[in-house]
Design a protein around this ligand. Sequence first.
Ligand code: BES
Ligand code: MN
Ligand code: ZN
Length: 494
Amino acid sequence: MRFHAVSGSATRQRTDCAVVGIFESGALATATAQLDAALGGRISRLVKRGDLRGKAGESSLLDVEGGPCRRVLVVGLGRKDGFDRRRYKKVLLAAAAALAKSGARDAISYISQEPVEGTDAYYKGRLAAEAVGHALYRVPVIRSSRKPKEAALRSFGVSVAERDQKKDAERGLAHGHGIAVGAALTRDLANLPANVCTPGYLGKQAREMAREHRSVRAQVLGEPELRRLKMGSFLSVTAGSDEPARMIVLRYQGAAAKQAPVVLVGKGVTFDSGGISLKQPVGMDEMKFDMTGAASVFGAIKAAAEIGLPINIVGIVPACENMPNGRATKPGDIVHSMSGQTIEVINTDAEGRLILCDALTYARRFKPAVVLDIATLTGACVIALGAHLSAVMSNDAELATEIEEAGRRAEDRAWRMPMAEEYHEQLKSNFADFTNSCGREAGAITAACFLAKFTDGLRWAHLDIAGTAYLTGTKKGSTGRPVPLLVDFLINRR
Ligand code: BES
Ligand code: MN
Ligand code: ZN
């Protein structure tokens, strides 16, 4: 997809499809009114008849052969007041989905000419490119026949109100394109079934990314190396699986080597059966998504490489399956983490924290400026925040705020939860330094408290994406979140 910014009247630009907006009140957006006049009132007549209603996300495609454009896609913008970035993104997603179904090969959107609360030309461009990339994404479907039809759309223009906004919009479009490419990689990896997307497969994908980008290097560690590193906690999770574990390190260098990196740690459980603490069958297939944290680390680094961000990033992905067999870790077993701390495994289904804690200890060798871990860590997080916001927990209030703000700007929001001392007490053990699991109360927080025991002296934040990483039901599939949040955070690092 090619993205570009334009300015000027919709009546003068040639395109396969002009995308214009109308409000719920029936009011035409500025560019819409100009085009309507040039088309002899075709759009306003449809509004008067009640054929076009302007509800946010509704759209209709008009054939206007003969004018500067061959089609007009009229998109509802909702109510005129409160046209904010959330609605802007929603509207562009709907427009892009409609374009993808049409035969249009190129399009120009005039919606970005409208003022959008709390945003600027840069974010209008960026959110537009992200939305188009998102809507045109096709899941890697594995069928014996019937390949999904690809959209004809090859070029997308964003029209801004003033000429001097073009540069900012172009920059936003380039960043948005990078984010879309990264998020598409995340979605591909997450959507693939666990019999394809194994720890070994993720290792191969890391090497593939290093081949594609000179700024990226990959290193893949196997189980003998993990044993040498004394990652007893990580190894306890993979013990019951026939699929060998991997520890993947992706290094993106966009700045001088001496600049301290941002370290991203992603949970890469390619399938979570629960282990001996076996999950119930209903919905267990969704546990192929339990490597979305890892996939979002891949996606964020891919985006950084596409954009050419001037920072250093290290991605660390502990990847394994959580399965039950005769060698599997049993409830009550005590394991030695790489940090030296011992853990009583009360519940083998609380495996994410067991692989992350060793990865967090490993992260120290990179002398990180900050460490973020990203994980589909707890069902409790889904209960707390649902599918709308990710949870963020941190030992640094400023860092937590930075992440919340990145989420707000990227329209990929997160909300901070507390990690008060009282919660730590729930992890007390009679037999080891602490347990890996406790009661159901505050489950997302106690999981973060467990990780906090491995991040002393680090500037660290944990993102629980269990609710936001994928959709269930008829729209089942990866959302690509939190790649937009992560990349916004990386872009805005000082
Ligand atoms: N991968 C799950 C968390 C999860 C649940 C993600 C639902 C997405 C949707 C995690 O490994 C897990 O099983 N967590 C347990 C922890 C408990 C045993 C302390 C949970 O949330 O039930
Ligand atoms: Mn689990
Ligand atoms: Zn899990």
